[in-house]
Design a binder for this molecule. Structure first.
Ligand SMILES: Cc1cc2nc3c(=O)[nH]c(=O)nc-3n(C[C@H](O)[C@H](O)[C@H](O)COP(=O)(O)OP(=O)(O)OC[C@H]3O[C@@H](n4cnc5c(N)ncnc54)[C@H](O)[C@@H]3O)c2cc1C
Length: 399
């Protein structure tokens, strides 16, 4: 039996809403409402001026999504689908805010939850869940991005302290975060360890921590990343994350958050598709709305097909992750697929909108530029394909 078309199905073309729990719908609607009412009307100005909308960022604390799927420690313990949907809705509003949340909640809190002892979780997570303390994640270095496994920042045990030396690059929130998870090579055993650098009581950074914002980005302009220099930065030994003892532990965090990036890409694609569809229905050329031209419909149909593919992929991925069946390759496959496809959807949307497509006020240009960042961060498209390639062939092609 074939259903009649009674109303526009929008971007939920395969009625995935039916698969969601009440809680998942509530979370999605809450974040969607926040994005529509508070974010979209003001974000272009922040983006254009390269300013962080920190007031808006702290309001995310009221949405019940900080800490995502983490249970206990004041976190909401959402399903991974609900966490993913919140990333879709936030990035549909604005990608920079979603990146900032991803750094704080996914990478920062995620590192402490995955690699921290019970005491360390209790020490940091509740205040982070309330957004009284903001987290950051320092892995990448100027000389080591894709090969971050070869990182050169060092840590050295000195009595009941660790001393950190080196440089990090591209660290989101690195200029203002209170709790910065830093990955450094221990000179004792040459393994990569995770250490928490905290601000002092007076809000200053410990001596030797010097962060400079990286300005002039083409995307995600409303969130700042930093170059950070560590010169003999001392942290108490109890700030070494108990279960962060090799790069394998770093990878556990990255695998978990990569799945989140795959969800995030969908938000950018949906925002662009919706804007292009509306534009095509209103824009008249050659005497009729351009939505009536076959080639425009073909484009829109292909965009919707990609959005639907992406949604189905991450829904299943999150279920596998919850069941403990998600491999690193599965997460990378979704990140690779969704970043590539969402970038293309945004690009097609921009094309459908002609000259107006390049203007910020028509929304799509921001999403297209932001997608360039999503394509690269948390591991480039190429690197994701190598992770999948290693899993399917059994051969490591990285080096
Ligand atoms: C806006 C933004 C925010 C970020 N936020 C953070 C953050 O909060 N914390 C953090 O730690 N990092 C962060 N990053 C860093 C990000 O994860 C890295 O930029 C990314 O992993 C790529 O590293 P790279 O820039 O050094 O590129 P490179 O590794 O130099 O790559 C350059 C090119 O070479 C290709 N390449 C590399 N190795 C291979 C290979 N073996 N085979 C084939 N091709 C290869 C890559 O795919 C890419 O096309 C952020 C980056 C950006 C741009």
């Amino acid at each position: 039996m074939i259903a009649d078309v009674t109303a526009s199905l929008g971007t939920d073309y395969y009625l995935m809403d039916e698969l969601l729990t009440d809680e998942e719908r509530e979370v999605r609607d809450r974040v969607r409402d926040f994005a529509d009412r508070e974010v979209i009307p003001v974000i272009n100005e922040f983006w254009q001026k390269e300013e962080m909308p920190l007031e808006l960022f702290y309001k995310i604390g009221d949405l019940g999504i900080v800490g995502g799927s983490i249970e206990g420690y004041g976190c909401p313990g959402l399903s991974l689908v609900a966490t993913g949907l919140s990333a879709v809705e936030l990035s549909r509003g604005d990608g920079s805010l979603n990146t900032l949340l991803g750094v704080h909640s996914g990478l920062g809190m995620g590192s402490i939850y995955i690699c921290g002892s019970e005491e360390q979780r209790q020490r940091w997570l509740p205040a982070m869940a309330r957004m009284e303390k903001i987290g950051a994640f320092g892995l990448t270095e100027a000389k080591h991005g894709s090969d971050s496994v070869m990182l050169e920042t060092t840590c050295r045990r000195d009595g009941d302290e660790y001393v950190i030396n080196g440089e990090k690059r591209w660290i989101g929130a690195g200029t203002f975060a209170d709790v910065v998870v830093v990955w450094a090579r221990d000179v004792e055993d040459m393994q990569v360890k995770g250490l928490v650098v905290e601000k002092n009581e007076d809000g200053s950074y410990p001596e030797g921590y010097e962060a400079t914002p990286i300005k002039g980005k083409m995307g995600k302009r409303a969130v700042w990343q930093a170059d950070i220099k560590f010169t003999d930065v001392r942290v108490p030994a109890e700030n070494k994350l108990e279960n962060a003892n090799s790069f394998k532990d770093t990878s556990k965090v990255l695998t978990a958050t990569r799945a989140g990036v795959a969800w995030e890409a969908i938000g950018h694609a949906i925002a662009s598709y919706e804007a292009a569809l509306q534009y095509a229905q209103q824009r008249v050329q050659f005497g009729k709305p351009i939505a009536g031209f076959q080639l425009i419909q073909n484009k829109l149909a292909n965009m919707l097909a990609e959005i639907t593919n992406m949604q189905l992929m991450v829904y299943r991925l999150s279920k596998l992750q919850e069941q403990g069946k998600m491999t690193g390759g599965m997460a990378s496959l979704a990140k690779m697929n969704n970043a590539k496809k969402a970038k293309q959807v945004c690009s097609d949307a921009r094309d459908i909108m002609g000259g107006n497509g390049v203007l910020l006020e028509y929304q799509v240009a921001r999403h297209l530029s932001d997608m360039e960042i999503v394509y690269t961060y948390e591991g480039t498209d190429t690197v994701q394909s190598l992770i999948v390639g290693r899993e399917i062939t059994g051969v490591n092609a990285f080096a």
